[in-house]
Design a binder for this molecule. Sequence first.
Ligand SMILES: [Zn+2]
Length: 305
Amino acid sequence: MVVDYIRRILIVSLLALCVSLLFWSGSAAHAEQSRISTWVFPADGYITDHYGTRGGDHKGVDIGGEHGSPVYSVDEGVVSKSYYSSSYGHVVFVKHPNGYETVYGHLHERAVSEGQAVVKGEKIGKMGNTGRSTGTHLHFEVHNGEWTEHKDHAIDPYLVFGEGETGQMVFAKEHDPYQVREVALKVTKPENLQSLSAAKGKESSDGNVLHRVAKGETLWGISQVYGVSTSQLMKQNGLGDSAIISGQQLVIPSGEKSVHLVKSGETLFGIARLYNVSVDDLLVWNEVKKDDPIIPAQELIVNKD
Ligand SMILES: [Zn+2]
């Protein structure tokens, strides 16, 4: 009788243990999976190539951007490799706690070494054109598991960040890197438009335009609005890096035409609103007709003094 009772208790507690183990591993797996949903994008720029192209040999996404611009780790982890390879060029591998491994290739410079722990969004190098590469870009790979020579575990980075298309502008340190519309909205908010047009009308004594940084703006976003490079902005303002704060006043280098690079899905009307100019002005400045199509990566003059 007593033995039977003890046996029953044992069975019940064993069952309870099994059930709790099930739940525990289930939630752990869920937590690991959901970690990917908080990864941040590694670089600013434009998508120039996708996963699975070149006969399936291209196992990553290419982001073309400014030479020397920062490249960030998508999540915390440990640098598993940091070296120069004849194909990847200067390359950094990061192993993440969820078992994924990410690869950042063709770097101009590596900022981390093997065994080093990195946090999410930490700068691990600079965008470059080293190794088997034509033109400045980041080659970025995601592996669901370890990187292998044949890249058996490579997955499409769009599974993590959402679908992108060639020529599309992408933003670093954002989980959703395709924030074209949000950026446009930010700039077209009345208060930002005011500050933008005020800035455009306001010239400092040496003829440079002043821009007051609005909340959420990045140096790269501002460089795109004025058609200048981030390095010109940094040099002009004596900045050591691309960090800026809301309310800060920036001097925009002059002598540059304001040029807008058309992004996928944009319209002349939207671009005119973005820069607070009229559609007719855009038509005249760019010698285009109202019904002419505008295409991604086309350059439009958006400001003429
Ligand atoms: Zn590539």
